[in-house]
Design a protein around this ligand. Sequence first.
Ligand SMILES: [Zn+2]
Length: 274
Amino acid sequence: MIKTVFVSLILICCTFTVSPGQVSFDRLSDNVFHINADDDKTSVKSLLIVKNNNGVLVDAMYGEYGKSIKSYLDKNDIVLEYIINTHYHGDHTQGNSNFDNTTIIAHQNTLSNIENKAQYGPEEPFDKEYWPNLLITDSLLLSFEGIEINIFHLGKGHTNGDAIVHIPEFNLVDLGDIILAPEALPYASDPKNLISVLDAISEKINEQTIIVTGHGALANKSDLHALVKIMKDTIDYVQGGKDITSFPAEWNSWNSQFIDMPTWLGMLTKYYKK
Ligand SMILES: [Zn+2]
């Protein structure tokens, strides 16, 4: 049984320092928790599904945050059966090293990226013992305590090994960093393909679907469509040979802590300017 629930703090007017590795748990339903790293720098998000004192964790954050998640699970007698890594970056994988004897699911390219030390983050690569050990190529249907968890890959989006986690019973999809936050431009390994990935996800969800983003608030299908639209508009703009230093002022609302509009347009220019 889950005895303690930490509710995310909404900071309206002030900022304060939190301990390194502190996480908060926001209960979305009887079986689902949204986990927030209380850190202004990354604000990485994870998802925890709990049933009959067993758990599935989608992304384990950096090591110190993973440690806090582990102590929460221990306190509440929850045994973690599976971790799903949405991609290889250290802010989503390095926390794996807190969990012994856990099946770690990821796309095969995620394992290759870890093996090739394509690490992202301040920590050293973590021990091999905690690398993904159940690999997917296209999809895997996981049955967890009677809950169907569909894990699939739709091609290059944020990385070449993105695993998307869809749980129809909860009408929820975890996109990792395919969407960083609502109204945030993406880090795309292939922007046009990322649009195709988002279109394919859109086909699988409805207006009420909860979208878990990698580093921001929960999102919905409208946020997904808004991202597709700004990506298409900006790609058209760059391909049309327009001056990227004088883009439409309304696009400034897409500046975020992750990537601003000038940087995004500069990146698109490298990809697509004829
Ligand atoms: Zn991330």
